[in-house]
Design a protein around this ligand. Structure first.
Ligand SMILES: [Zn+2]
Length: 455
């Protein structure tokens, strides 16, 4: 009975906040949990076939979207927190949204993105059958620092689970070693050495002259064929710890426009895959997604056709070229849209300049307080090559203030009231790409400025 009240309360809260013009995606979860602390466990327990949890530093949202899309392509009903709200309230909100008013869930699968730090709580409440770990960002100078702490938290939370299998990025030694630490069976995915022009370009600035240490015995790990920072093949001559056999491995990935033509080894058979995605990191996310779908019992052919049909979620995004630089114009009209835009931006390896243009006219929704809920902090912490933030529009000052609170160095924030001047300043930055994040009533104006500049 209580779970019914919790679901209804959550739905009502979500409805009221939406008609108030506010789209907090985790609010229904927060309210439902207040009514019934066990609501998530009760709803997750009704999922028919399996619960997949995806965690890691980068690529979570994309991987969840790919898995959910492919499962749906295979005819399954899927519950997923695809908006990227990945702490307990956000995860609960995804289930509340899919439940009917009697507190029933009819999904075959749940695909859940979990923030690394929240994995213990999420695991306890949803008991995933498959846990996918994409990567844990590793600072070579600080091998016992933050990544190690996160890996420890994840391993401890998984240990002792019954009937849980791990799907791990086998190219990353610390992630591959999670199977031993958590004492759970694992399948692995990764990328064999990929050599072509596009790889060289995208991995160039990221290449780290890595000294790796064996996660088992701490000896120096011999690594070879690193294609993206420290990811690649490796072997420890001391204890024999080595890159595991991969169930799913990209053998080739050739960039053609905004797609990749890939050859993928799946269970020993070579398959062709066309992937609509930019950036080699998305090929890795696809390998993770294919592994999860295979584990869920789907046929290879269905998985591949589902992956080929996958379209990246970018919200409303338009692409321009300015003096050889790629410029993205993105509509960010609320918290969800803004969060999705930042998630896309976080996954770009290139350096960039950013414009934030916000108005507060009727079409924009006059309450922009959600700006304070946008997770700029994760972006700023993870992505060190953001050269400048230019803020403009009626609420440009709010955006600048928000960035200051997110610890963006003052000299990287510019408040430029004149719209056309602001756009020009962002385009003229040092970065390789430009993102223009714009809300509703400014979209046409910025688009016009771009048109004029380009002619
Ligand atoms: Zn070793």
């Amino acid at each position: 009975m209580r779970v019914v009240l919790a679901v209804v309360a959550g739905k009502v809260a979500g409805f009221l906040s939406r008609i108030g013009g506010y789209q907090g995606s985790s609010l229904p979860g927060r309210i439902a949990r207040r009514v019934d602390g066990g609501v998530l466990t009760k709803l997750a327990g009704q999922v028919r076939r399996g619960i997949i949890l995806v965690s890691g530093t980068n690529g979570k949202t994309t991987t969840v979207n790919m898995i959910a899309d492919v499962l749906r392509h295979g005819g399954y009903r899927v519950t997923a927190n695809q908006e990227g709200a990945n702490m307990l309230n956000g995860v609960t909100a995804a289930f509340v949204k899919d439940a009917d008013c009697l507190g029933r869930i009819r999904s075959d699968f749940a695909v859940i993105e979990g923030d690394e730090a929240y994995v213990p709580g999420i695991v306890r409440e949803i008991k995933p059958g498959l846990v996918v770990v994409t990567n844990i960002s590793q600072d070579q100078m600080d091998r016992h620092g933050e990544p190690e702490r996160i890996l420890g938290i994840i391993a401890a939370s998984l240990k002792g689970l019954k009937n849980t299998v791990l799907a791990l990025n086998g190219d990353d030694p610390a992630v591959a070693y999670l199977a031993s630490r958590a004492e759970l069976p694992a399948v692995y995915f990764g990328m064999a050495v990929v050599t072509h022009a596009a790889t060289k370009k995208s991995s160039g600035p990221n290449r780290i002259a890595a000294t790796l240490f064996c996660p088992h015995c701490d000896s120096i790990l011999y690594s070879f064929g690193a294609h993206n920072g420290h990811l690649g093949g490796y072997r420890c001559d001391n204890c024999g710890f080595a890159k595991p056999d991969q169930r799913v491995e990209a053998l080739e990935a050739v960039a053609v426009g905004d797609a990749y033509l890939c050859v993928v080894d799946i269970d020993g058979s070579k398959e062709q895959l066309t992937l609509q995605a930019k950036g080699l990191f998305n090929v890795m996310n696809a390998m993770a997604a294919i592994t999860a779908c295979l584990h869920s019992g789907m046929e290879i052919a269905t998985i591949l056709s589902g992956m080929a049909a996958y379209k990246p979620v970018t919200g409303r995004m338009e692409k321009y070229l300015y003096k050889g630089k790629t410029v993205f114009l993105v509509l960010v009209k609320n918290l969800v849209g803004f969060s999705e835009a930042l998630a896309a931006l976080r996954e770009e390896p290139e350096s960039m300049d950013i414009l934030i243009a916000l108005n507060d006219q009727e079409g924009d929704g006059q309450d922009l307080s959600w700006l304070w809920e946008v997770d700029f902090e994760t972006l700023i912490n993870q992505k060190k090559n953001l050269h400048s933030f230019t803020c403009t529009g009626q609420r440009g000052a709010d955006a600048a203030l928000r960035l200051k609170y997110a610890d963006v160095p003052r000299e990287r924030i510019a408040l430029v009231p004149d719209l056309s001047q602001a756009v020009k300043q962002a385009l003229g930055g040092r970065g390789e790409k430009v993102y223009l994040l714009v809300n509703y009533t400014l979209l046409q104006q910025v688009s016009d400025v771009l048109g004029k500049i380009n002619n």
